[in-house]
Write a protein of this length. Structure first.
Length: 159
């Protein structure tokens, strides 16, 4: 498996993986599905990565190198992880962990002090993976973008 920056020719596939994966957890994506599919805009402001096996994109994550359009925090010493997804047929093989590991490597190389992310209450498998990788919940950073829908904050301090 290769983890690398996404290519424009892969944006449609990336959007498909995100919508299918997030939709399996929360069928009520609404307008968020459009944001998940808009990989080109995201790639212009952050770093969209893919896991490819060997010629097929099977997973993706957006690495946010610091404060900016895709950051959900104001911490100038933090990087972030957004929109992690693995094609359901490829889940359970460590691909999500590998994508997160590359984000950690990029944050360390950039001298970031920590990585921040948000997840939802329904994303229990992702929460277990993040905790296995050393992230811990930071409830003081949770937020409610719409009534009854909470984004749960996690953080990993880097050496």
């Amino acid at each position: 498996m290769e983890i690398r920056d996404a290519r424009p020719s892969e944006y449609e596939r990336i959007g498909e993986i995100l919508v299918v994966t997030y939709g399996a957890v929360d069928p009520e994506l609404g307008g968020y599905a459009d944001e998940l599919r808009d990989v080109a805009t995201r790639a212009a402001a952050a770093e969209v990565l893919v896991a490819a096996e060997p010629a097929e994109v099977v997973g993706t994550v957006t690495y946010v190198p610091g404060p900016g359009p895709y950051a959900e925090w104001d911490d100038p010493d933090a990087a972030g992880i957004r929109m992690l997804a693995v094609d359901p047929q490829w889940q359970g093989r460590g691909i999500g962990s590998a994508l997160v590991a590359v984000c950690i490597e990029r944050a360390e190389a950039a001298g970031r002090a920590r990585i921040r992310l948000h997840t939802t209450d329904r994303m229990t498998a992702a929460q277990r993976m993040y905790e296995r990788l050393g992230f811990w919940p930071t409830p003081e950073d949770d937020w409610e973008p719409e009534a009854g829908f909470w984004l749960r904050a996690y953080r990993l301090d880097l050496a």
